[in-house]
Design a binder for this molecule. Sequence first.
Ligand code: ARG
Length: 275
Amino acid sequence: MTAHAPGATPRRYLMCEPTHYTVAYEINPWMDRTRATDTALAVQQWRTLRDTYLELGHTVETIEPIPGLPDMVYAANGATVVDGIVYSARFRYPERQPEGPAYQKWFADRGFVTHTAAAVNEGEGDMLVAGHLVLAGTGFRTERTAHAEAQELFGTPVISLELVDPRYYHLDTALAVLSSDPRDPQIAYYPPAFSPGSRAVLEQLFPDAVLATDDDAAALGLNAVSDGQHVIVAPRATHLAGALRERGYTPVPVDTSELLKGGGGAKCCTLEIRE
Ligand code: ARG
């Protein structure tokens, strides 16, 4: 029998309002400095996303946006938090490097135990918790040595996955965790974004996974946020929404088109605080 949605559990998220959002540099293929961005629209879409979480009964914390860090809205990149342990981000590109310490300080100020990363890693952009496993991306941003560092820190098996398509430069652009229930973790992913070996690993670990189409992936449909029941997903990822419905999930379309200009969607804007 195909696995089914286990039901919602309340989540705690950290988000950063896109007050200073713009595309000022290009570090992924989605970014185009010559295309105008609409900061007011980005803020409006971001607030809708935040309000959707609140309406679903989740807690949303916010971090103060810093002028000159236009990508700070992509909070998922700020850290990885498992069992209250914070593994700080260490960004690949200089333009984003100050974000790592800013997010780490947010957690330290609130009493979390934080660990300063030695290896380059972009937080939950490349580290997704699926039950008793951490699925970790590499190839464009996060170094493999960060996977080992995270495994040692969290004491959780980390599965390294190699990304091969520059449009899907972070794991959370190519794979979404639908259920993190340790008894039956469920994911959706886009197979062509992964190396042959990594695809084989995913098939072995998640034979039941939802597979996204080219169009789902190109709409950044996999940059989705699930609470075990509701899945916040880009409205253009229509096939994916249908596949989720078949599994008993409730797709909740939220349009983050303005934030797509920076190469991110709902998940990129959302860092989960797991305690
Ligand atoms: N412009 C940002 C970058 O290229 C987008 C980050 C998107 N975040 C994510 N979790 N995939 O770094």
